[in-house]
Design a protein around this ligand. Structure first.
Ligand SMILES: [Fe+2]
Length: 386
């Protein structure tokens, strides 16, 4: 079976790359950009510098700063209409995954007659608008990803959308953005990136290219998570590692931790990074019998015993060190509902029809290396409760 590895996004990283944003926009023939962000970011000192960079290059800026937790369909629809109305020719996302996913969804929706025409992991669509992305957390990797995840509040669902036509054109990774990040947000974001790297290794689409990137990201992120106070150089490494993790999972896709976390995020108010992070050690143990060679590769690079149970314990030990939850703390929303939540995980992260085998058993729609049914997912949830 043939495989394709995509990574068309230009990545610039290092101190002061934010100040090049306007110049780069000008080089890409942009005259009027929509900057998509949230009110926390607009209050940061680096944001003023960032906006000034566009003014210095005669690139006009319109601002949307109402992003919050998750990219919201209502924001995407509203700003898509605005882009068309104001003749905006480029989209800039600066923030965490929610802001960048909102920006990307707008960039996809405008040339495709609306976001609904872009839904699905392999949507056939026209090239998205020119995009510049600036991650302000080392986590989601949305700056180098073709995908966006958008929440529809009316139906309590999340849509994945994207394809090769929706990679950002430019990602600017500047360590200044992490200088004042709240520690808890930094940790949750880093664990999300770590899960991206792990999940990329345990899918049916993984290749030596994606494995190499993923295992590099795992090594780097776990080293940085346990480092003492981060230096600017370490902050830059963290941003790069999150991008590397997403280059892996953007091609190999994500597996069972992300699929199983979705219902918890949609119905139990579990934060994405915590949902996937708590599930990760258990999913690793679940997947290990189907990919012992991947366990061996990770163990070799990390200097750990070649044993998934011990790697899972090592992860939980890191979580304890960095004060990341090892279990779902507020299990009241999950306990007793494991079976019904597990059924909601069956459509998977990427959507599509639920697969049933000849015996009528439904399986999670996921490229995860080991297929899982609702009973498996319910057991995973139970293993995450205290
Ligand atoms: Fe994630």
């Amino acid at each position: 079976m043939s495989r394709t590895f995509y990574m068309p996004t230009r990545i610039e990283h290092g101190p002061e790359v934010l100040s090049k944003a306007g110049l780069r926009a000008q080089e890409m023939d942009l005259r009027h950009v929509l900057v998509v962000t949230d009110p926390v970011i607009t209050a940061q000192p680096f944001f003023a510098t960032f906006i000034e960079a566009f003014a210095k290059s005669d690139v006009r800026v319109s601002l949307f700063d109402e992003c919050g937790i998750d990219a919201r369909l209502a924001h995407v629809d509203g700003q898509t209409a605005r882009v068309l109305r104001e003749g905006i020719d480029g989209i800039v996302g600066i923030g965490g995954g929610s802001a960048m996913c909102t920006a990307k969804a707008i960039a996809m929706a405008v040339p495709n007659g609306g976001f609904s025409n872009c839904v699905g992991p392999d949507a056939k669509m026209r090239r998205a608008m020119t995009m510049i992305m600036v991650p302000t957390t080392a986590g989601s990797g949305a700056e180098v990803s073709q995908f966006t995840l958008v929440r529809d509040d009316l139906n309590s669902t999340k849509f994945v959308a994207g394809g090769p036509q929706s990679f950002p054109n430019l990602a600017l990774l500047d360590p200044v953005v992490l200088a004042d990040i709240p520690p808890r947000l930094g940790v949750i974001s880093a664990v999300d990136a770590l899960v991206h790297a792990f999940e990329a290794m345990f899918t049916s689409l993984a290749t030596p290219l994606t494995d190499g990137l993923a295992v590099t990201a795992i090594t780097e992120i776990t080293t940085l998570l346990r480092a003492d106070k981060a230096t600017p150089e370490q902050r830059e490494r963290a941003l790069v590692a999150a991008s590397v993790a997403n280059m892996a999972c953007g091609n190999a896709r994500l597996g069972l931790a992300h699929a199983a976390s979705l219902p918890l995020e949609a119905h139990c108010s579990v934060v994405h990074g915590i949902g996937v992070g708590v599930l990760l050690p258990r999913v690793l143990q679940f997947n290990a019998p189907s990919a012992p060679e991947k366990v061996a590769l990770i163990a070799d690079r990390l200097g750990l015993p070649c044993d998934a149970d011990q790697i899972a314990q090592w992860l939980l030990q890191i979580y304890a060190e960095i004060e990341f939850p090892t279990h779902f703390d507020d299990s009241s929303l999950i306990e007793g509902y494991e079976d019904s939540l597990a059924k909601l995980a069956l459509p998977g992260l990427y959507g599509g029809p639920v697969q049933k085998d000849d015996d009528g058993i439904a399986w999670v729609n996921s490229p995860n290396i080991r297929r899982a049914n609702a009973a498996d997912v319910a057991a995973l949830y139970r293993s995450c409760l205290r």
